[in-house]
Ligand binder design. Structure first.
Ligand code: NAI
Length: 245
């Protein structure tokens, strides 16, 4: 077991990649907090984890709310004692909306969920990680954080900024034995992209297919585990070769 006795808080883990990450983390021995605004979905994931013989806790949280962020962190520490791994996974997509089609409310909404939550949650867990001189943060960015044209104006900006923030955090906190990295998934079949998946040609991917949630989950396990202990501030594409073109 690669994450034995670690406590992992995974946002947006009621669905899609986050759900797969929660299941894989539990299989690897972590105690998992399934945090999501969709509490019914989160409870279903927790039930599945417990039925598999592992430990998990569902917490209802809207990551755009500072109060929910602190509540989520406090509850996790109350039940499991600490937070060793934070996976900033929750996000929403803007379906390729152009800048002119994005009003300020939409822009702020997209940036709050996809970017500001990562900043707020990282700040909420880092003090304990610094004290323990141990920890891992895995930020789910996107290929839209590396190139243009894989999201709309706000999504592309937010995901580029998540990568910049990841590098900055690593430069500040690597000295405390905290590894902070990002991953950049290409198109992965999840509910997030169900409305647009048909319009994305599989031929645009060298691997000629979209990714699977389990493939992303495996990468997040690696980056959360001690196997990645000398990796800091990197962004790992998991995209079937999309960004090498
Ligand atoms: P999904 O839509 O299947 O799951 C997202 C989860 O986040 C849902 O359970 C939702 O309830 C939760 N969520 C949304 N807003 C929230 C909020 N304010 N507070 C708490 N929870 C909230 O999405 P998917 O595809 O699994 O995406 C996960 C991450 O991966 C996102 O950050 C997304 O931007 C990123 N990503 C997805 C790609 C894809 O092709 N599916 C490609 C690249 C990145």
């Amino acid at each position: 077991m690669r994450l034995k006795d670690k406590v992992a808080l995974i946002t947006g883990s009621a669905s899609g990649m986050g759900r797969a990450e929660a299941l894989r983390y539990a299989e690897e021995g972590a105690k998992v907090v399934v945090a999501d605004m969709n509490i019914e979905g989160a409870q279903e994931v927790v039930q599945e984890i417990i039925e598999n013989g592992y430990q998990a806790l569902a917490i209802k949280a809207d990551i755009t709310k500072t109060e929910d962020i602190h509540n989520m962190v406090d509850k996790t520490k109350e039940v499991f004692g600490s937070i060793d791994i934070l996976v900033n996974n929750a996000g929403i997509f803007d379906k390729y909306q152009t800048s002119l089609d994005t009003d300020l409310d939409k822009w702020n909404f997209l940036l709050n969920i996809n970017l500001t939550s990562t900043f707020q949650l990282s700040n909420a867990v880092l003090p304990d990680m610094i004290e323990k001189q141990n920890g891992a943060i895995v930020n789910i960015a996107s290929v839209a954080g590396l190139v243009a044209g894989k999201g709309g104006a706000a999504y592309t900006t937010a995901k580029h900024a998540v990568i910049g923030y990841t590098k900055h955090l690593a430069s500040e906190y690597a000295k405390y034995n905290i590894k902070i990295n990002a991953i950049a998934p290409g198109t992965i079949e999840t509910p997030l992209i169900k409305d647009v998946a048909d319009s994305i040609p599989k031929d645009s991917v060298p691997a000629k297919r979209f990714g699977q949630i389990e493939e992303v989950a495996d990468l997040t396990v690696f980056l959360g585990s001690d196997e990645a202990k000398f990796m800091n501030g990197v962004v790992v594409p998991i995209d079937g070769g999309f960004t090498i073109q």
